[in-house]
Design a protein around this ligand. Structure first.
Ligand SMILES: Nc1ncnc2c1ncn2[C@@H]1O[C@H](COP(=O)(O)OP(=O)(O)OP(=O)(O)O)[C@@H](O)[C@H]1O
Length: 258
């Protein structure tokens, strides 16, 4: 269980650009939840993931992961338990290294090691088995530099790397947004298979309404740092695109008057 308790976050405090984004924001996420997070630009979606990953600190409130208060842990300390994939496929992998080396790095995440320690031939079979799940034949390209892979192949690899250490939480920050529509569908299919097979608690920020509806057991809409829609279970699975767009429009229209 991941719990965000009464979180507050203000950017540029005390300056003319001060922006109070989250004010007493709470969220309880159950183990195995796959949550789609939508909302207009600037709603606070990425900031929410930043607060969970530890890349920015909360001003007030606490974050508790499976009973352990991680509020004061930095990103590096949280990274073994919380994995993240970004929009840019080059961010999850090291382009100057091979697939094999990247996977070795992911396997040893958070540990102190030198490159010589990374090359362990015994890992080869394990890496090949992990890559086979993707169905992209990357298992035959272990010695190929990442720079020679397409964006979709890189993002698939980033997924395998992100879940390699069995994280408790997976954060997906518009991870298909930079891909062409067909590749984006393939990556979403792979994502959903991996998340389901491993039962990883997942938060996925997306601007793709269809993906938000199709994937996950829960959907949250953020608006100006507030949770304005939160549906799950049967309500989520029967939600139509029209209904969601109408909810979205209601929220946007209302904000014109505040
Ligand atoms: N590090 C920061 N310093 C100052 N302001 C920030 C910082 N991070 C985010 N903000 C501000 O907080 C607000 C929310 O930003 P955030 O990136 O979380 O929105 P978002 O919902 O992810 O938007 P988008 O869909 O455009 O990616 C924005 O107004 C943004 O300018």
């Amino acid at each position: 269980m991941l719990k965000l308790n009464n979180i507050s976050k203000t950017f540029n405090k005390g300056s003319i650009n001060e922006q109070k984004l989250f004010n007493n924001f709470s969220l309880n996420i159950k183990d195995g939840d796959f949550i789609s997070i939508i909302g207009s630009n600037g709603a606070g979606k990425s900031t929410l993931l930043n607060l969970i990953s530890g890349s920015i600190e909360v001003d007030e409130g606490s974050i508790v992961l499976n009973g352990m208060d991680i509020t004061n842990e930095g990103e590096h300390e949280r990274c073994r338990r919380i994995s993240r994939i970004f929009q840019d496929p080059s961010m999850g992998t090291n382009p100057s290294m091979t697939i094999y080396e990247n996977l070795s790095m992911a396997k040893n995440k958070g540990e102190r090691f030198g490159l010589s320690f990374l090359i362990d031939k015994d890992d080869e079979e394990y890496f090949k088995e992990s890559l086979k799940v993707l169905g992209l034949n990357l298992e035959d390209k272990l010695n190929t530099p990442i720079s020679q892979l397409s964006g979709g192949q890189r993002q698939s690899l980033a997924l395998i790397m992100a879940v390699m250490g069995n994280p408790e939480v997976l954060l997906l920050d518009e991870h298909t947004a930079a891909l062409d529509p067909k590749t984006s569908e393939i990556i979403m299919d792979i994502t959903s298979r991996i998340v389901e097979e491993r039962n990883i608690t997942t938060l996925m920020v997306t601007h793709n309404i269809e993906h938000a509806i199709k994937y996950g057991n829960r959907l949250i809409m953020l608006h100006m740092g507030e949770k304005v829609v939160d549906i799950e279970g049967d309500m989520k699975s029967s939600l139509t695109k029209e209904e969601l767009l109408s909810l979205f429009k209601n929220v946007s229209d209302k904000s014109l008057f505040v």
